[in-house]
Write a protein that binds this ligand. Sequence first.
Ligand code: DGL
Length: 272
Amino acid sequence: MISLQQPIQRDAPVGIFDSGVGGLSVLKRVRAQLPAETLLYCADSLHTPYGGKSPDQIRQRALALTDFLVRQGAKAIVVACNTATAAAVTALREHFSLPVIGMEPAVKPAVIATKSGVVGVLATVGTLKSSQFAALLEHYGRDVEVVTEACHGLVECVERGELDAPATRALVRRYVTPLLAQGADTIVLGCTHYPFLRTLIEQEAGSEVTIIDTGGAVSRQLQRRLAELDLLKRTGGGEYFWTSGEVTQVETVISHLWGAPVAVARLPKESQ
Ligand code: DGL
């Protein structure tokens, strides 16, 4: 177990990571919920996508990125990735003594929202095959039908910044159509990249379908944990970005998705 210097400083930053740029959808929610926090973001672009990797490979990456963020002084970690949470959140909590906030597809609110009794989940194959997802269905999915689509290729579209390209729309249609055909009236965005495709997904699903993502719940959970530990920062703000990938290319995509120009630094060699 790696212990933090005690006491943890209220003014310390919050560390957030994802396989790439998808976690920016969570970063935006955290920024809106906690305007005073300093936020550190790692995009593991060299290793994206995580979806098809083994749980062991994902765990190694999650440990390396968290170690980097802890060395930057993080007081809490947000795993802004459903796939990495499923593979690594237990290991992270064993290795590090700071609060680790993970995320999972929002099946619970979807089960409450559905009227047709059919919930659709869009996610990576890694998330859908995980024991955590099976447990989630066991717990919340008993009284409804949950239909899933493993969305190969969608993460890559977002990584390239192609949010409304014809090829992206064709992929979205391929994954949304079977969910609708099976009667889903509620669709869960079970991957943090997909909120960036929300407009396309809404257009393909139609206005009758409810779309649910997890970013808001994660940022509220972070706020609760920091408040419990008396670690909420009072003033300040600011975001800092790192990537394991090609800096100029990642900087362009992050600036586009973030909605303002940002500087991205390269992760040090030992964290790649
Ligand atoms: N953003 C990650 C998630 O929430 C995804 C993916 C990937 O790299 O496959 O699952």
